[in-house]
Design a protein around this ligand. Structure first.
Ligand code: ZN
Length: 204
């Protein structure tokens, strides 16, 4: 799909995410990979459910330089890091859903481990409910370069796959293109809701 079609698909995805309530109060940020080593990142402070194509700003993936007078999302450094670490990634969706926020706080470990769910197969390369899906969890940090350094260090040890959680904050997920990123987001959100409900029932 051509770059402008990917941006149009991303705007559609943002409206869908807004309707789902996964980016309340202007939270979250989205991007697509563009040509010439750049990505297009959503502008800071915009309602994600009402984004238009002109609300995405070009950023150099290697240098983090913003090629626009406007200000992109404060978390742009995580988007560029993911594009650098995973050359096949074409689109990134970062959401602040209730389930991602709560589950990442309830799980005390450095990863959320999922198995036994048919819907795991919504994630690229996962063929069975018997596989174990690992979703890394990073402690939240207002210092985005510091958080990006921790994500990069983890990727060196265990390569990132479909996404990661930031504790008490939300989910980053991605795909080869916007369509795959949307499928991963919807699949992970479904799995998070199942896992939260399972833990609640088992705690009774
Ligand atoms: Zn965020």
């Amino acid at each position: 799909m051509a770059e402008n079609q990917q941006l149009a698909a991303l705007v559609d995805a943002c409206h869908w995410i807004g309707a789902k309530g996964w980016c309340p109060a202007t939270g979250g940020n989205m991007s697509v990979r563009a040509g010439a080593g750049q990505c297009l990142v959503s502008e800071s402070g915009k309602d994600k459910g009402a984004l238009r194509e002109r609300d995405f700003l070009p950023v150099d993936i290697t240098t983090n330089r913003v090629l626009d007078p406007r200000t992109p999302s404060a978390e742009t450094g995580l988007h560029t890091l993911i594009y650098r670490c995973l050359p096949a990634v074409g689109a990134i969706l970062h959401t602040h859903s209730v389930n991602a926020t709560v589950l990442s706080r309830v799980e005390p470990g450095a990863s959320l481990l999922l198995s036994g769910y048919e819907m795991q197969k919504s994630l690229g390369g996962v063929a069975s409910h018997l596989d174990q899906v690992t979703v890394p969890i990073f402690d939240n940090d207002q210092d985005i370069p510091a958080l990006a350094t921790r994500v990069a260090a983890r990727h060196e040890i265990a390569p990132l796959r479909h996404g990661f959680l930031v504790r008490g904050h939300g989910l980053y997920c991605w795909g080869r293109d916007v369509l795959e990123a949307r499928r991963h987001l919807e699949g992970l959100e479904f799995l998070f809701q199942c896992e939260l409900q399972r833990r609640l029932l088992e705690a009774r």
